[in-house]
Design a protein around this ligand. Structure first.
Ligand SMILES: NC(=O)c1ccc[n+]([C@@H]2O[C@H](COP(=O)([O-])OP(=O)(O)OC[C@H]3O[C@@H](n4cnc5c(N)ncnc54)[C@H](OP(=O)(O)O)[C@@H]3O)[C@@H](O)[C@H]2O)c1
Length: 301
């Protein structure tokens, strides 16, 4: 019986994801017939990660691949789908898939209109361009959006990558991705900022100090959500919070807006989750709102 693995794969875009997923597909036994690369950086990435895979153009991929994997930037998916559709090489039944978390199937409409099978399959992982990116893919959630009849194809592909399918409705995809950005991308900024503040406080190795605290907080939060919260907001220690605000205003003013806004979100969630007496958490919210208004007033002056 034919399987999805019998279809040759062509990758459009030798970026961080395209090269890592291309390598993962080769390791999973797929036949990678070619990859496109326009810039020197992409050509070099393809040569480094996929040295045996030919660099080809889009029409060649349209002619020879049964699975066309668009790993271009989100904004380029629509134009590339249009280019494919207009190439006159696309055949009904060819899979055209993208790996964006934020986009659904609509962006692939030009290809769908000429008979292609549209799939949106987002690996919930960060790809930073390291040689090890392809090693991190097993056991991941892959957020799939597919038409009902195409679900088995998408599921087979994800299972071949040792991934776990998670079904996301087309209309929920942007919210799904916003949630990942909130939790994962913002974490990088938050930790980088915290390390800067620790360095300003004279800590020689901020990562060493933060690592056990952050790792345990992360595990606790993933397991218990808001109930994992500790710290001055949960305790409603308004004196400590106010001292933090003064210290940040004096020593790291660029971090104050994030501290205040994050504190407000934390206090509001703590109140909703009944992590302390409502009156005491109301005091925390009032303090943070007052300090935020003062900071905005300072900024507006
Ligand atoms: N990075 C992540 O952590 C991550 C995680 C999951 C999903 N994704 C998704 O994966 C996709 C690719 O992201 P990325 O991080 O791999 O981006 P990237 O490293 O910037 O790579 C994008 C690639 O797309 C190519 N490209 C852009 N416009 C093109 C066009 N019109 N025609 C042909 N090629 C074009 C670029 O080629 P040239 O350099 O030759 O111009 C480049 O090789 C996006 O949809 C993103 O949302 C990213």
């Amino acid at each position: 019986m034919p399987t999805i693995k019998d279809r040759p794969v062509g990758v459009v875009g030798a970026g961080r994801v395209g090269t890592a997923l291309g390598l993962a597909l080769v390791r999973a036994g797929y036949d990678l017939v070619g990859i496109t690369a326009r810039s020197d950086a992409s050509r070099q990435r393809a040569a480094d990660v996929l040295p045996d895979i030919p660099l080809v153009d889009l029409p060649t991929i349209a002619k020879s691949a049964g699975i066309i994997l668009l790993s271009v930037t989100d904004d380029a998916i629509g134009p590339v789908a249009t280019e494919l559709a207009e190439s006159a090489h696309l055949q009904p039944g060819q899979i055209v898939m993208h790996v964006s978390g934020a986009c659904g199937l609509t962006v692939l409409a030009p290809a769908t209109d000429v008979g292609a099978v549209p799939l949106a399959i987002h690996p919930a992982m960060t790809f930073s361009g390291l040689a090890t990116d392809a090693d991190n893919l097993a056991g991941l959630a892959y957020a799939i959006t597919a038409r009902p009849d195409d679900r088995p194809l998408a599921e087979e592909l994800v299972r071949d990558l040792a991934g776990v399918p998670v079904w996301i409705a087309d209309e929920d995809r942007t919210l799904y991705h916003a949630a990942l950005v909130l939790g994962a991308n913002n974490l990088i900024t938050l930790l980088a900022a915290a390390m800067d503040a620790l360095a300003a406080a004279g800590v020689p190795d901020p990562g060493f100090v933060l690592a056990p605290l952050v790792r345990t907080s992360l595990e606790n939060a993933l397991r218990h959500g808001d109930q994992a919260l500790t710290g001055p907001v949960r305790r409603a220690d308004t004196g400590t919070i106010d001292a933090h605000v003064r210290a940040l205003r004096d020593r790291a003013p660029e971090l104050l807006p994030a501290y205040l806004q994050f504190g407000l979100v934390t206090a509001t969630r703590a109140r909703r989750a009944a992590l302390n007496e409502v009156d005491r958490l109301d005091e925390v919210v009032a303090l943070l709102e007052a300090r935020a208004a003062e900071a905005n007033g300072d900024a507006g002056r």
